[in-house]
Design a protein. Sequence first.
Lengths: 601, 384
Amino acid sequence: MTDTPLARIRNFSIIAHIDHGKSTLADRLIQATGGLSAREMTNQVLDSMELERERGITIKAQTVRLDYRARDGELYELNLMDTPGHVDFAYEVSRSLAACEGSLLVVDASQGVEAQTLANVYQAIDANHEIVPVLNKIDLPAADVPRVKQQIEDVIGLDASDAIEISAKTGLNIEGVLEALVTRLPPPVGDAQKPLTALLVDSWYDPYLGVVILVRVRDGRLRRGQKIRMMSTGAVHGVEQVGVFRPKMVAADDLGPGEMGYITAAIKTVADCKIGDTITDDRHPAAQALPGFKPSVPVVWCGLYPTDADDFEKLRESLAKLRLNDASFHYEPETSAALGFGFRCGFLGLLHLEIVQERLTREFALDLIATAPSVVYRVYRTNGQTEELHNPADMPDGSVIDHIEEPWIRATIMVPDDYLGAVLTLCSERRGQQQDLTYVGNRAMAVYKLPLNEVVFDFYDRLKSVSRGYASFDYAMDAYAPGELVRISILVNGDPVDALSFIAHRSAAEARGRAICAKLKDLIPRQLFKIAIQAAIGGRVIARETISALSKDVTAKCYGGDITRKRKLLEKQKEGKKRMRQFGKVEIPQTAFLAALKMDA
Amino acid sequence: MCDSLALYIHWPFCLSKCPYCDFNSHVRDTIPEARFAAALRAELAWEAARLGHRHLRSVFFGGGTPSLMHPETVADLIADARRWFRADDATEITLEANPTSVEAGRLAAFRDAGVNRISLGVQSLQPDALASLGRTHSAEGAIAALRLARDLFPRVSFDLIYARPGQTLAQWRSELRQGLDLAADHLSLYQLTIEPGTAFETRHRRGDLVLPDADEAAALYEATAEEASRFGLLAYEVSNYARPAAESRHNLAYWRYADYAGIGPGAHGRLTLDDGAIHATRRHRAPEAWAARVEAVGHGTTEEYTVSPIERAREMLMMGLRLREGIDETRFAARTGMVLDEAIDASVLRDAIAEGYLQRDGGLLRATDAGRLRLDALLGALVL
Ligand SMILES: Nc1nc2c(ncn2[C@@H]2O[C@H](COP(=O)(O)OP(=O)(O)O)[C@@H](O)[C@H]2O)c(=O)[nH]1
Ligand SMILES: C[S@@+](CC[C@H](N)C(=O)[O-])C[C@H]1O[C@@H](n2cnc3c(N)ncnc32)[C@H](O)[C@@H]1O
Ligand code: SF4
């Protein structure tokens, strides 16, 4: 099972826009090659995390090994590498692609090419993949095979004449896909005689096995009992287990060139496994490491604080546990005048941020306050020093700042004609610079450069809403560029609430300050005393709102002797208050912190 | 230690359960009158034995529907109370009555039993409102009962419930004026409250029952005080209106945090005993369980504990600030063992005074009209 000759191995991934049928196809492939019995098939086998299932997205790379007897009579080993499907995880896509020689490009034949299709396919082309176009959902009456083929040729520049037409749902022509993998993708190259080199593709923490490493072997062999060395750190570990996913974990003796699988090696934390690192044999090390990946860097940061200050330690432990499994997420302690002790946390994108927050709430039962997400700014001081800034509260005084740079992205948006106007308006409102605008049939493809900080809060939601859900969107990080950026402070009854301050472009500052004051007015319930909310740049107030005092709050009938119950209610009310964040006399509900910064039209 | 006493006697039975009511009231095919009369008398005797021969300032028959009691039962209990305690001419003896004809027929007998004040549960003067409140009496029936009560008793009060679903300000003003025309010298005017566990709560949760919002409720409340004062009735408590000196003595005992004994199922008491401590007492809620317990051990207490100084302070603030007259700081210290400033947040006090919610002068702390309107929030912040 592990000495398959290279010629009979195919490593591939599936790239697709969300909902075009990647998971359904993967399930069909597993089923068709007998990886799981029908009874074992729960839908979408590969998305295993609860959250991934709920959101229908893949976060961690996963693999499955399929054994397929092809028409030529030979038994092939097909390794499917699943890739994350969301822009936040583009980095993970690239590293998954690096472990394969080819891709299936799945396009919904009733929808056509979407933004994510494009972004991923370009990455696959960059990775020198052989790409096999697959037109899915041809069972649908709306499927338009010739049009979509034409689109693939026009927009992507791929020859679609041999595209495979399937229905993943009904199982139609799954055989065709398997045959194409065998006949159209190249086998991997490698040499079993050379010293071991294996690419560390991913790692995660399994409560039973400890850290599990996903590898792709290039040369040599990886076997149980072997002493391996991480080439970047020199750390040496003894391999305890070797195996493959079918998709359940199945132990094996070793993994040979071209193969994918997992190892465990008594490694304590995921942080010790640098993704993209090369694993070699400690006794016969390779001279040169494989080309690795650049490390993933968090692009969005926010503060996370326990609602109940007593939960700080619990939050620290929970973050450490999460990090075991997700090395792309960063955290460091921070304090806020308003919120006390908490952590500054870095994420790959907004979805990643939401996922981590949700996991903390759900799996660790933590009540959290999240501050406004911020991108990483570069502050150039007049004295020549430069610093990275990802907490608006840390912004130095204007007098010592020479200039500030902010990160920009290159966004691709595909949208039906009818909504193009609205989308272009949205992009220019967000300081976008148009790079390209082309048409594919009645769909337009707009390429924009946009400041990341304009995208971070709610761009995606807005885009969906102005296009009635028809626009698709993908982005890649571009470069840093100088911008006229200012910090806007929010004051409640005259006191700045640092956790609500944010950085915005000068041109948008006033409007945004007003919008946030108005939003807070809705989000903060009326209280005993009236509340003044102000937005200010430096000492200059740019917006203000007043929340009037609550108009009536008194128990109507309070006679009869049961005052114990009423006192207990009062005591409970006081207890609840202690756990709430008080800003002077004002209670700000935790939801207000993030919600305040989401902008509506 | 404390000589005066207010006595509450609970009658837990009603002819039907009103959909908004969370009082300890129960519907029975036949009311076991004799058993409950005996148990009430036994429990009263038991409580009296440890209280001593105190000055009885008030007796209150509450419910449930105490007007369903046989007048002899009421007479026996009043006679007992006079025996155990020192009653005088000023002793206020109130009975809560429902304005159905059955009960109206007994009013004279209640007077003969010693009752000198009637509190009538009119609730509304609008036929459709009475129906939606689940009341079994008519508006005319209520008015007739009220007239009869006024002829028979020196003091009569009645209750109305307002801020009902769909009730407009204008409608309430006119209903209230009609009520004020009928009133003697005391009224209880309650805004409808959705109580947990009631039928109204279920409907409210489903969205079938929409109450006025806080602004509308505030407007209704202010209009109520305005109309009442035009008739010479002053809001001496959040929901109670009276001509000077016509206040309910009994209810004042609760609000002033004076001693009161509670007899009968689910009744509560606050009693200063020989140990100098204030005891909180609570009786079994379920009528039959209470009676069985009285029969077995002489009283139906399920819980009794001494109230700590900070608890006393909270209770006295909670109750006392409901009164227009406010809290006397000297009495506060004597009653709770804490000086006022130890029991409240100084900065909230300062802000609340500045905002016009509280006043503190001449040894008195009192909530203004504006403060009383927001008392629950104010207490939440003020009380330590
Ligand atoms: N009619 C039809 N529906 C399909 C087909 N393949 C997938 N779907 C449906 O399309 C939706 C998205 O599929 P899924 O595999 O989750 O897409 P993914 O987001 O790319 O993984 C699901 O409701 C599938 O049942 C197909 O061939 N025909
Ligand atoms: C002990 S109760 C009832 C007395 C008597 N059984 C009756 O129903 O007429 C005293 C008063 O509280 C008021 N009340 C009871 N439940 C209420 C509620 N949910 N909201 C507002 N007032 C209420 C009514 O006005 C009622 O007359
Ligand atoms: S409101 Fe009065 S009559 Fe109606 S159930 Fe309650 S206590 Fe009985």
